[in-house]
Design a protein around this ligand. Sequence first.
Ligand code: FES
Ligand code: FES
Length: 180
Amino acid sequence: MANAPGPVQDIEFTLNGDPVSRTASSRQLLVHFLRDDLGLRGPKIGCDTGHCGACTVNYNGKVIKSCMTLAVQADGAEIETVESLAGESGELDDLQESFRENHALQCGYCTSGVLMSSKFLLERNPKPTAEEIREGIQGNICRCTGYVNIVKAISAAAHGDKGLDLIERMNREHSQEVRG
Ligand code: FES
Ligand code: FES
């Protein structure tokens, strides 16, 4: 329970499909609990103030920022982190594979949060437009990529090669509008 003095509470929840039973400090943030107590390094800490989305996880079927949630709020919840995406032998899932193929990351610090938001988007809307993809990841800040390849990767995961065509067309139209 790193850096989190204060009253403690026993909590039980499901993490990436497995039951977890632990003690958490009432002051501890969920992202710190996941990283420091449970050793999951997928959720990242970018800002610790709810702005960047690096700490995004799925909580009871919705994406949340785990730096804005207390660890004790995990009690009774179902939580999924980016560690839930890969297969048992570490093989990438389709969305992760599409990120790899489309060069959708550079430093990778934002990537786990973006993947969790994208997965949530595709569960609700399996065939999103480019605009819907951009809206779906608007809570995730990426300082490296300019988002173009991230949007391509999500579109390709959703639509296959046609997804890349959709993004190319959107980019061409956007360039024409800018040139006037
Ligand atoms: Fe949680 Fe930035 S670390 S939003
Ligand atoms: Fe570096 Fe997104 S790849 S912040």
